[in-house]
Design a protein around this ligand. Structure first.
Ligand code: GLC
Length: 910
């Protein structure tokens, strides 16, 4: 069963059955303001911090599903019938939806087609000013969009009481459209690039043949600013904040946090308002049937104390065919700030410009890497949705969705270090910021603070909290409180950072970053403070004087070199990537392989930069080489299990992930790393990756382990306390699904690599929502495995490392376009059946138009390459030995090309 379709031309996912059994969400905002909103306008906003900067309230995991939201109600003032612009919260009976999406999904502007209940219309109109407008319609990209099936519910056999709804989730915006009893409405929500305000661009059209008298109500429920305070202990908040209206702006005032205000306003003066939630909704009612809407009048409620809302009523009289357009604005700050932005966006042209700028922002990102391949899933996901998802994880970190609702603050070390790897090409500034935050979150010993808030390193950066103010509600925190010792150190966190920094440098050429001096998490503290927070051994052994980025990376490598057991295998410490395994006192194969990978990445960089950039280059290279040799040897000696690599050892010396283990005989997450790190011989690589395929692959993706644990064993870990087929216990955990793609691509097995990509691709389940349930446009944290009755169902969508990793695996290893020190490598590994593909890649100021041809239908290996028609020699890849194309940096100084910033490249496989 399908609920929507991909509108490729508009870069939108269109939900035409809005009664999806789960929430399908979208992320709005690109800088400091974030809104998480579903297909029914349910959701919440926050400013900077999802934990401590909430603007609107959310009752997660509740009944009814996902309330409240950012709602627009419409009321026919002739008979009192009311509905909402999004299907929920009023939830009118739904008009039938056509079984098939339009053959060519329409992408045009708001349709002027037939009316909602019979009569014909004239086209809607727009003028430069907010408010009622007449004839002439713009076809600009920025105009609200709707399509013919929506505005003709009558044509689809709808009854008078049925409404047609459609939601369009785009890149950082969502549009909610409705057609009901001759009124066609749309609410387009987005956050302008340059203003921290949520705009609701609302259009209402009278598509009937008689004049209509309507009321419009914009409504939000304000949060007590902190997610905890919204859920518990209201004594400090419920009786200590207030709201009022003046000048058409509702101001929500936190008396106890004198710097915190929220506002809600509109580009038209309101005809009524409420600022008190209970006055608007009414006792024993909900957002479905608010008293004020039912009655047709707000009550001008305003008071100190109580729960607050922004509710603004606008009365509209619409002639047949007439359109009204106005904007609501939801923001953080004082009434005056709201009024200033209201005035700024009073002209619809300004709203359209802001929307067009947002579209341009994403268009520019999409242009950095655009592909055209024989795989529709790949084109849809790489060009739009996986990029968007990966950026979302980097910009908002991993704590704000409908499953994780902001209870944590800051950054998870390993997650951020991995996510940041994927979008250095589209968001280098944000990635650089994240890298510096992670480097600051690294201790002088080399390990990272597993969970930390970068803002806490600098009191001055804390959002709006005056120094010295002591508050009941503000989240406690300081750099010192975040510090932890070895007992809480994870064995993998810091290792992800090393290749991420190296990749960032390869992408940007910003090699000077290595010389930048960055504090450690424990810099600036007294010895006693460090000893207290981290233990004597750590505090005494390492000098916490701020050091260069290069030195930070070197310490990451040395930390793991230090933390190996007697057998040469990395200690598990608190946990590694699979934090449901109990590795305390045990050892980990994954980190052993990651250590080699990270060391090689740094060594490769030092090798290329040489002694002029790295003072002790020769000494360090020798040391790195020694680590690689020793660790690789230990890995092959201690971890080889016969047909694959074991996962590790418990504190009691029991092997995990061995053919001899009663359960959990084979694990996915470490196996590809033996290949990627170059630890495995070809024979062992093939044997273990074949075992992965045989035991773990499925049509929905690759399982994390087999067989799932059915007996609780705390020496193995929490993983045994999760039901079989769920999460880390034998589900298809999405994040590591990208890794076998990379490994298989390195092995040259393009059919297998692509089959792994395809199996997990969410868009391939678009017509199987009865199985998948979750959004078909994004990856989810896990898909239930074959040991569970929900096999194929995806859970915990959006905030998952699979987005970034899938993007990297597909673009850099299947399509094979990856930046390096001074060349862009093209090393595809594709299904043999592919005849070719096309990639446009911007890199270091140049644009490469790359056509890959595959006349012999091979998987990998470059036979010939031309750059602007001039043949170039394929060169052997250092790790795989196969021939690849190396494209030089374009630009000034490149000899022989008249178009110095553009190259047309033809790569022939064979
Ligand atoms: C979750 C965590 C991540 C961990 C993974 C596997 O996604 O956010 O840090 O690596 O689970 O356990």
């Amino acid at each position: 069963m399908r609920y929507g379709y991909f509108d490729h031309a508009a870069d939108e996912y269109v939900i035409d059955r809005v009664d999806v059994p789960a929430s399908w969400i979208n992320y709005l905002g690109t800088k400091d303001w974030c809104t998480v909103i579903n297909q029914n306008a349910g959701g919440y906003s926050f400013y900077r911090s999802s934990q401590a900067g909430r603007v609107t309230r959310f009752r997660p995991n509740g009944v009814p599903l996902d309330r409240p939201g950012h709602y627009v109600y419409l009321r026919d003032d002739e008979d009192g019938d009311y509905w909402s612009c999004s299907w929920q919260p009023v939830g009118k009976p739904l008009a039938p939806v056509p079984d098939e999406p339009p053959a060519t999904p329409p992408t045009g502007p708001f349709s002027a087609a037939a009316d909602a209940n019979g009569a014909g219309t004239t086209p809607p109109s727009e003028s430069g000013d907010a408010g009622t407008t007449r004839p002439a319609h713009t076809t600009s990209d920025a105009a609200p969009q709707a399509t013919f099936p929506l505005v003709s519910p009558a044509d689809r056999g709808a009854t008078r009481s049925q409404a047609a709804y459609r939601t369009r989730h785009g890149l950082s915006y969502s549009i909610f459209e409705s057609a009901y009893r001759g009124i066609v409405a749309s609410q387009r929500i987005f956050v302008p690039l340059d203003d921290d305000v949520e705009l609701w661009d609302v259009t209402v059209r009278n598509a009937s043949d008689r004049p209509r008298t309507l009321s419009l109500y914009g409504y939000v429920e304000f949060s007590f600013h902190s997610v905890q305070i919204d859920q518990e202990n209201f004594q400090m908040s419920l009786y200590a904040s207030g709201a009022d209206e003046a000048d058409g702006v509702i101001e929500d005032d936190f008396y106890y946090e004198p710097w915190t205000y929220h506002y809600f306003t509109a580009t038209r003066q309101p005809d009524g308002f409420d600022t008190t939630r209970d006055a608007f909704i009414g006792a024993y009612r909900s957002e479905t049937n608010p008293l004020a809407v039912e009655r047709g009048a707000c009550s001008s409620s305003q008071c100190t104390t109580q729960n607050h809302c922004g509710a603004l009523q606008h009365k509209l009289t619409l002639a047949p065919g007439e359109t009204v357009r106005l904007a609501y604005l939801l923001g953080y700050g004082r009434r005056t700030a709201g009024a200033a932005l209201r005035d700024k966006y009073a002209a619809t042209a300004t709203v359209d410009q802001a929307f067009a700028a947002l579209r341009d922002y994403w268009t520019a990102k999409k242009a950095v890497l655009a592909c055209q391949t024989p795989s529709e899933a790949m084109n849809t996901l790489l060009n739009t949705w996986t990029l968007f998802q990966a950026e979302t994880c980097v910009v908002w970190s991993r704590f704000a969705s409908f499953v994780e609702v902001g209870g944590r603050v800051g950054l998870g070390y390993r997650d951020t270090a991995q996510d940041a790897m994927s979008v250095a090409h589209t968001n280098p500034a944000k990635v650089r910021q994240r890298l510096l935050e992670l480097l600051h979150g690294q201790t002088a010993a080399g390990y990272g603070l597993h969970l930390f808030d970068p803002l806490m390193f600098d009191e001055c950066q804390r959002p709006d909290i005056p120094v010295g103010v002591k508050l009941p509600t503000v989240v406690p925190g300081s750099a010192r409180q975040m510090l932890h010792g070895l007992a809480d150190a994870c064995s993998d966190d810091h290792l992800w950072l090393v290749p991420t920094v190296v990749d960032y440098l390869y992408e940007t050429g910003d090699f000077g970053l290595l010389r930048q001096v960055v504090p450690f998490a424990d810099s600036g503290l007294t010895d006693a403070e460090r000893a207290d927070a981290m233990g004597d051994e750590i505090a005494g052994r390492f000098d916490a004087t701020p050091a260069t980025v290069y030195e930070h990376l070197r310490r990451a490598i040395e930390f793991t070199a230090w933390q190996v057991a007697d057998n040469g295998i990395a200690k598990g410490l608190r946990a590694d990537w699979n934090d449901c395994l109990n590795l305390g006192g045990g050892q980990t194969a994954l980190v052993t392989f990651l250590h080699v990978w990270a060391t090689k990445a740094l060594a490769g960089l030092v090798h290329e930069l040489g002694p002029s950039e790295v003072p002790d280059a020769a000494r360090d290279l020798a040391r790195f080489d020694e680590i690689v040799q020793q660790v690789s040897m230990a890995a092959n000696r201690e971890l080889w299990d016969g047909a694959w690599y074991a996962r590790g050892f418990t504190s009691e010396g029991v092997t995990i992930g061995s053919a001899s283990s009663p359960e959990g005989k084979i694990f996915l997450e470490h196996m590809p790393w033996a290949v990627i790190a170059g630890v495995a011989s070809r024979e062992r690589a093939v044997s273990s990756m074949d075992a992965v395929h045989e035991h773990l692959a499925s049509r929905f993706g690759t399982h994390l382990t087999w067989p799932s644990y059915t007996h609780v064993d705390d020496t193995i870990g929490y993983v045994t306390r999760v039901y079989p087929g769920v999460k880390e216990n034998g589900a298809i955990f999405s994040h590591p699904n990208a890794w076998p793609i990379i490994a298989e691509a390195m092995l040259g097995r393009g059919d297998l690599a692509f089959s792994y990509y395809e199996a997990l691709a969410p868009s391939r389940q678009n017509d199987q929502i009865e199985v998948r349930r979750a959004e078909p446009y994004v990856y989810a944290q896990f898909v239930y495995g074959r040991d569970h009755a929900f096999f194929g169902r995806a859970e915990n969508p959006w905030l998952t490392g699979s987005a970034g990793w899938m993007y990297t695996a597909a673009t850099q290893h299947i399509l094979g376009v990856r930046p390096g020190f001074d060349a862009l490598t093209v090393d595809p590994c594709v299904p043999a059946a592919w005849d070719g593909f096309h990639v446009t890649r911007q890199w270091r100021g140049g644009t490469y138009d790359i056509e890959v041809r595959n006349p012999m239908n091979v998987c990998a290996g470059v036979a010939a390459v031309t750059i602007d028609g001039i043949p170039a020699e394929p060169v052997p890849d250092a790790q795989t030995g196969r021939l690849v194309a190396k494209l030089p940096v374009l630009g000034a100084g490149r000899p022989g090309s008249p178009r110095t910033h553009h190259a047309t490249v033809v790569v022939t496989l064979g």
